[in-house]
Design a protein. Structure first.
Ligand SMILES: *Cc1c(COP(=O)(O)O)cnc(C)c1O
Length: 404
């Protein structure tokens, strides 16, 4: 194995520099831990940004992928494949939706939602309904359609013109109401804004949006890319809100690290994209489907969805204690299940803290400028959460001492 500095030197010469990765190269993982090429251990409390739901190198996920690789990888969408049909059925059972369309990422799942909304009304003879209503600081992905609904100016800048979308403040129901004119095709929302700073939707917000969409004859779409597949302590974020979306987007945790995305829809919009109108070469591939089936099977049999709720409560309490102890550096803790954020005081940038945490052997991410995000694997233990919180306490504690 090369050293970290050898491996990063080649990366700096050959990789397109649209990212700014850490100065070490990860080589293997186990559960909630990863190891770099020099053998150094890191506690992974970000899980590849809410992706590695069952942790690293889970033996049952690895075996399912290997077995399927020895059986059938890919056949195209000219044919059914058995793991894919079973996955569609399983996802519908867990979500209460009726049908699944498969793709390879979150942005593609959002792209499918946007095309579904437009084409639904085109098919109904209402082609003027093209506009979407979305929220400030929403993150929905990077392709042009998904970017048009993403509500963070720095991601959008320089890529216009983007599709007709109006962004309004998250949780501002009156602002949504003002936008619901007859050209609106759909409202799109995250149950907890992830990249936007780990901001849970207030109680009643999703139900109010559903009502506004119904009154205006528009669709109601939910982005479950970060919140779905058990992360919030329930299978999908919208569950428990009493509302039923017309369609949802799923990805990230679904494949446990294998790329797969899905759009799940209710029967009433099942005809919006008839054959020939939308598709994906790799989407619904047998290997990706087998991986997702294994992830769901592991989450169910190991009780990891209920675990995300109880461990999330534990983590939230630990973070609330940090806020009480270090009021000069952190101001609030918020989130649901195993998607939790620690809000830092104005002027402290999370991205400056991440390298300090890495030096202490803990991997975390920023959600916006000021929120330190915890999105650990659902197999994380309470001891590992303690270890992560202690590392954060260490870094924030020295910051607090330097500020006085
Ligand atoms: C990550 C994310 C996306 C985009 O998913 P990709 O797989 O990166 O394309 C979309 N929506 C939400 C809420 C996300 O967190």
């Amino acid at each position: 194995m090369p050293s970290n500095s050898e491996a990063t030197a080649l990366a700096k010469r050959r990789l397109y520099e649209n990212y700014k990765p850490a100065p070490f190269v990860l080589a293997r993982g186990l559960g909630s831990q990863v190891f770099d090429v020099e053998g150094r251990r890191y506690l992974d409390l970000m899980a590849g940004v809410a992706v590695n739901a069952v942790g690293h190198a889970h033996p049952r996920l690895a075996k399912a992928i290997a077995d399927q690789a020895h059986t059938l990888l890919h056949v195209s969408n000219y044919f059914y494949n058995e793991p894919n049909v079973r996955l569609a059925d399983t996802l519908c059972r867990l979500s209460g939706m009726d049908r699944a369309f498969f793709c390879n990422s979150g942005t593609e799942a959002i792209e499918a939602l946007v095309k579904l909304a437009r084409h639904h009304f085109y098919g109904l003879g209402e082609p003027q309904r093209t506009r979407l209503v979305a929220f400030d600081h929403a993150f929905h992905g990077r392709t042009l359609g998904a970017l048009s609904v993403t509500g963070t100016p720095k991601y959008r800048e320089g890529f216009g013109p983007l599709g007709p979308v109006t962004h309004v403040p998250f949780a501002d129901i009156e602002a949504v109401q003002r936008e619901m004119t007859p050209d609106v095709a759909a409202i799109l929302v995250e149950p907890v804004q992830g990249e936007g700073g780990v901001v849970p939707a207030p109680i009643g917000f999703l139900a109010a949006l559903r009502d506004l969409a119904d009154q205006a004859g528009a669709l109601f779409l939910i982005d479950e890319v970060q919140t779905g597949v058990g992360r919030l302590g329930r299978w999908f974020g919208f569950q428990g809100s009493g509302v039923e979306p017309d369609a949802i987007a799923v990805a990230k945790g679904l494949g446990g690290g294998f790329p797969i995305g899905a759009m799940l829809v209710k029967e009433r919009v099942a005809g919006a994209l008839p054959p020939g109108t939308h598709g994906s070469t790799f989407g619904g591939n047998a290997l990706a489907s087998a991986a997702a089936l294994a992830v769901i099977d592991i989450l169910e049999s190991e009780g990891l969805v209920e675990g995300a709720r109880s461990k999330g409560q534990y983590l939230a309490a630990r973070l609330a204690t940090l806020v009480a102890e270090l009021p000069d550096v952190c101001v609030a803790a918020r989130g649901e299940g195993l998607l939790q954020g620690l809000v830092l005081r104005e002027g402290i940038l999370v991205r400056d803290l991440l390298p300090l945490l890495q030096e202490r052997g803990v991997l975390l991410t920023a959600a916006g400028d000021r929120v330190l995000r915890f999105s650990p694997p659902l197999v994380v233990t309470l001891a590992e959460l303690d270890e992560g919180v202690e590392a954060v306490r260490g870094v924030l504690g020295s910051l607090a001492r330097n500020r006085v």
